[in-house]
Design a protein. Sequence first.
Length: 399
Amino acid sequence: MPDDSQVQPNAAVSKYLKDLQSDDLLLTLAWEDWLQIDAPNADGKFAVSDVTTRYHRNGYDWVMHAKLYTPETERDPNLGFFAIHGGAGSANNMDHTPDGRPGLARVLAAQGIKTLSCSFTGHYPPNNDWKLPVAERQPLYLFDEEIPLEETLDRNLKCTFNVNMQGAAQLIEEHLAGRRVLAFGHSTGGPMAALLHKWTTTAQIIGLPGFGSGGPDGWKREWSASINAMPDGFEIDEVSRRSVKTYKSAGYEDPEDLCPWGGPEPYMKWADANKSQMKTALCDNQHNGNYDKLDQVIEKTGLPHDEYFDHFGDPDPAWLKSASVLLIAGENDKGHWVKGGDVLDNKREMFFANKYRAAGAKRVHVLMVPRYGHVGYAELYNEKFAYLWLWAYKNGYFS
């Protein structure tokens, strides 16, 4: 790999890095500057492998899958990057785009950063081979044995936030042990990244680079209540499934010139083969803070109250003092930016940033990027999100 340690940032990158040194909570990036954001390093070769871990919680064994990206030459052998997708996805969200370009995990690995990209428990079958169409799918919680439907339905009520966190932390300790880790979670994965520090042992979570990430679910519930937008709870046995209709109704359509795969139909054809396309009611109700529905689950399962509610707690304030947060939002992201209207602090990423700053996080900024919506991580120029994170790291933001 070429020695490019002395690569100098161009004018657009220099402006961005200068803005990161300011006390302003909200930073903006003009589209013309966005197009000039380039890589801090030359790309190098890397290997990709599928890894799993098995563990026990809530009366069952579980398997969690991840893709591990190992650069031929690491920029910083003490650094690791963790990524986890949103609600109905898999590790493929961060591996490749619907039109075949590298996903964010591959971009990071090419830049010399060892990266672990996890799938929610049950969301990635062996060899990514879904046997059933989306309408008939259920999560696949084990790789080495077939689970009866009745047991799967019971597991759907017991595959808690904590089940995913235990698996993610175990994978980190198996593949990024002892490293300083930057943790990125998209959408429903955002709160998982925000609380990952409570689960790791030797790995140290040093910062939260984001895109459409938000933060802890307790804060999300507080934000929803503050703008009188508490979502309705899902019936506890429900499994929601993605479709072209749900894609459009969620407001995920972005400008055609950013979506080289075409429109929602081609995107969903790719997604049906590469993502789980389903989300349990438990996952939704925990993410949205629907307390009454969670009480119903507890009554049915008999599991401890804390198993369903402890993730609504705040991040550890002692950890926050050593962690930096860089939330990036697309200006067309309906949930993370548009919702909240004209009052800046009512926008979800701004609400979270204010919470992080008030809680004592080392550094906190929100960067608003023009034109993108919630699926911007897969759209044209997606590599620039990773470049923004890496420039910030290279210049000490997460130190």
